[in-house]
Design a protein around this ligand. Structure first.
Ligand code: SF4
Length: 383
């Protein structure tokens, strides 16, 4: 039994699933984006360097404790799967922090994600001190990443970002969302396309790897074309290391929901979102970014690749879906949202297809005409 624990925030990017989550600020200093609910009821706060260092010390104590447990349970000090399972399956004895360190160690203790929403807001010298302390305490760390707002990034000097890079900050995840100024205003992102470009370029110049997130479907029926093509223009000027897409799903707790209720904002259908994604990829030009679709809400997970060489492949994957007859599209949409299909190719797997067809029959029997509602609920369950 142990009381060892440390503070962790609510979210991380999908690519940081096995990273140690270390909270260096609390919540989001902006907190106004209309499509975001993560920190809406929470107040922003900085954490002091001393506070964060204490958490790093606790992580170190947990690491020692886990190694002791390994000896005690007969695993010879090794971090084995049975040991991790013992810890993960016992939340009564092991805190959230303890269990997350166990999982982190099992994944070799290589990556750390600094939470929460905008850590560049810390004074550079403070963030440098945290990064150095973290690396000194855990020399096994290879990658340290964080979220940041472009507005904040556009105010950091390249030299400051270089200091962060030298201290160990490997990657910054920025929510670009869109490169279309009227839409940035509409969703209250609090940043302009030009500031996105400025921040992105500075991060790249500093040597820190850059990941830009785009929200598919964010333009709605009114602005989808501009959303796709203007976002591509901004990304073409930044040339980030990674472009990651996630699909819009609006929950009742998000401010944007009110605009949907009054029909001011009209959501795109799945097919229209795929068309929008096609336009985005088509207009991306002169970049060497890696395009990643690692969010569970995305319909076409397989549309991934490196620019420029895999651009045509990605467009073909999109077209393969778009030319399907309506029934096949619906079969795929349900299979994907139910977690059965991972690719359009899976439509040809008889076992998976049978399961999806069974689900379709169940929906028709229990709730005739309820297909779209079921899909929407399935998507909601992933958020
Ligand atoms: S800046 Fe990020 S965390 Fe903050 S409200 Fe906007 S989307 Fe949410």
């Amino acid at each position: 039994m142990t009381n060892l624990n440390f503070e962790q925030g609510p979210i991380r990017p999908p690519s940081e699933a096995y990273s140690l989550l270390l909270r260096v600020t609390r919540n989001c200093p902006w907190n106004r984006c209309e499509f975001c609910q993560t920190y809406k009821k929470e107040k922003f706060g900085l954490r002091s360097v001393e506070e964060v260092k204490k958490d790093i010390d606790v992580v170190q104590e947990i690491v020692s404790e886990i190694k002791n447990l390994s000896w005690r349970y007969g695993f010879g000090g090794e971090i084995t799967a049975p040991l991790i399972n013992l810890i993960l399956q016992d939340p009564q004895h092991f805190s959230d922090g303890f269990r997350s360190v166990a999982l982190w160690l099992y994944e070799k203790g290589r990556n750390v994600f600094l939470q929460d929403g905008d850590n560049l807001i810390l004074k550079t010298i403070h963030l440098v001190e945290i990064l150095r302390y973290l690396k000194e305490t855990f020399p096994s760390i290879e990658r340290i990443t964080t979220y940041a707002r472009a507005k904040t990034g556009s105010r950091k000097r390249v030299e400051e970002l270089q200091n962060l890079f030298r201290a160990g900050l490997s990657r910054i995840h920025i929510g670009l969302e869109t490169g279309y100024d009227p839409l940035l205003q509409y969703i209250q992102k609090g940043v302009t396309a030009q500031e996105h470009i400025e921040a992105g370029r500075r991060v790249k110049e500093s040597g820190i790897s850059l990941s830009e997130y785009v929200v598919l479907g964010l333009g709605g029926k009114g602005m989808w074309r501009e959303h796709a093509s203007e976002t591509a223009k901004v990304l073409n000027q930044i040339n980030p290391d990674f472009i990651r897409v996630r699909t819009l799903k609006v929950l009742k707790t998000m401010p944007l929901y009110q605009k949907i209720e009054t029909k001011e904002f009209v959501m795109l259908s799945d097919d229209e979102i795929v068309e929008e994604e096609r336009l985005l990829i088509n207009d991306l030009d002169g970049i060497t970014s890696i395009f990643i679709s690692d969010h569970i809400l995305n319909l076409l997970e397989e549309v991934e690749g490196k620019f420029p060489e895999e651009k045509e492949k990605m467009l073909k994957l999109i077209d393969r879906y778009l030319v399907l007859p309506k029934e096949e599209k619906n079969n795929f949409r349900l299979g994907r949202r139910a977690g059965l299909y991972r690719s359009v190719e899976d439509l040809h797997q008889p076992e998976l297809r049978n399961q999806v067809e069974k689900l379709l029959r169940q929906i028709e029997t229990k709730e005739p005409g309820g297909f779209e509602r079921v899909l929407s609920d399935l998507m909601e369950s992933f958020i």
